[in-house]
Design a protein. Structure first.
Length: 418
């Protein structure tokens, strides 16, 4: 079986138009006007297919083909939200692949033995609240209502308030938590967001593990004063302290941790942020990832130690707050085997690799068997307007996923048995 590439790309071209930054990448935050337009488009396509559509209390879309079978589903999908000025393909590829796969199976009159469930998780990117994969975390029962009341966006609006403003009944979230045995397998097709597949000229990546991560918010407070009149030995400068800590983070990840460890400071805020004033406060976020838990532990431990040392040396007040966390996840050998077998049958060269980026699928580990298929990203670019994956590679990934789903969810025909 093959997907209809022209039809899939028509879906792409329609949804990428829903952006608040036309001409400068895709900006489609969860719970925004652009998100609503994308949802309306998807709902219309789902209605055409006769899917049983449910939107849960955090905004995750779950649309089922064959719900009347009343058996655990094969779940496929990803997310359709983006970062600010992001790319066209991140997340959306997996959602539209799922939609197209259901279309093909319906057209081919494939006889299901298990339902197929399309999912698009809300707030995967964390663009609103700084917490990635919020929708899948809530779906998996990793956040409770009281926690969501405390998590706020930069304007001070909580998750609960934002979700209610979007028309969802977040107070009823307990009824939507995914239960073990409800889903037989979750498989996500996603662009790699790296250069490994492209550099090795492989159209298909089979993910073996997804990196665990921790995100810390570090706050350093000092004494704001005049930049020209305050002697260097009388300063309590939080920017100088932050600079030393940030430099140490890079050195720790590169030299003291594991070869697979990475650490990044990608967001920093300075108050009052005036050129001729010693700052009063500096806040920055530290993103630490590794497929081995030990690597994350090493950098986390050394970060805490360095913040303490620098604070004492520069007479600063400091706090470290863990604002996000996910564990390293090993993917299902059953699903890995099915993807590998299908890639070989379809004649696609493939590579087994790990994911440094964290994905919604990882949140479902422990609840079901999980798997991921990667397709190449040109130049490894992602989360930017230059993000690009060729139509040829999109079709290859979709065709592999289609035939994996066919094996898992459909009754075997005589041709399949041979």
């Amino acid at each position: 079986m093959e997907i209809n590439l022209g039809r899939l790309m028509k879906d792409f071209n329609n949804i990428i138009g829903f952006t608040s930054t036309p001409g400068n990448g895709c900006t489609r935050f969860s719970y925004s006007e652009e998100d609503q337009k994308a949802r309306e488009y998807l709902f219309a396509r789902m209605e055409e297919l006769g899917l049983d559509v449910k939107v849960d209390t955090i905004g995750n879309i779950r649309a089922t083909y064959g719900k009347e079978l009343n058996k655990p589903s094969i779940m496929i999908g990803s997310h359709h939200d983006t970062v600010k000025n992001g790319g066209k393909y991140d997340g959306l590829t997996g959602v539209l692949a799922a939609l197209e796969i259901i279309r093909v199976l319906k057209e081919e009159k494939a006889e299901l033995q298990q339902p197929i469930e399309l999912v698009s998780f809300a707030e995967e990117e964390g663009s609103n609240f700084g917490i990635t994969m919020l929708g899948s975390k809530v779906c998996a029962g990793k956040y409770g209502l009281e926690e969501l009341k405390k998590i706020q966006n930069p304007e001070g609006k909580s998750v609960c308030e934002a979700v209610k403003d979007f028309g969802l009944e977040i107070d009823q979230m307990e009824k939507d938590i995914l239960q073990k045995g409800e889903v037989d397998a979750m498989i996500e097709l996603h662009i790699e967001q790296g250069q490994i597949l492209e550099s090795q000229q492989k159209p298909i990546g089979i993910v073996q593990a997804i990196a665990g991560m921790r995100t810390y918010k570090v706050t350093i407070e000092g004494d704001s004063n005049h930049a020209g009149t305050t002697p260097m030995d009388l300063r309590s400068d939080p920017m100088a302290g932050a600079a030393e800590i940030i430099s140490h983070i890079r050195k720790t990840a590169k030299c003291d941790a594991l070869p697979t460890t990475v650490a990044t400071v990608g967001k920093i805020e300075c108050i009052p942020n005036i050129p001729n004033v010693i700052p009063h406060k500096v806040e920055f976020y530290v993103d630490i990832r590794d497929v081995e838990a030990k690597g994350v532990e090493i950098v986390s431990s050394k970060l805490a130690q360095k913040v303490k040392e620098v604070s004492e040396e520069y007479s600063l007040k400091s706090t470290i707050e863990l604002v996000g966390k996910s564990d390293t996840v090993k993917l299902s050998s059953r699903i890995i085997g099915q993807i590998e077998e299908t890639a070989i049958e379809q004649g696609f060269d493939y590579l087994k690799l790990n994911s440094g980026a964290v994905h919604d699928t990882a949140m479902l580990s422990g609840l079901t068997d999980i798997g991921m298929i990667f397709i190449p990203s040109k130049g490894g670019k992602s989360h930017c307007p230059e993000e690009y994956t060729s139509e040829k590679d999109i079709k290859a990934g979709c065709d592999v996923l289609l035939n994996v789903v066919r094996k898992l969810a459909c009754k075997k025909t005589e041709k399949q048995k041979i």
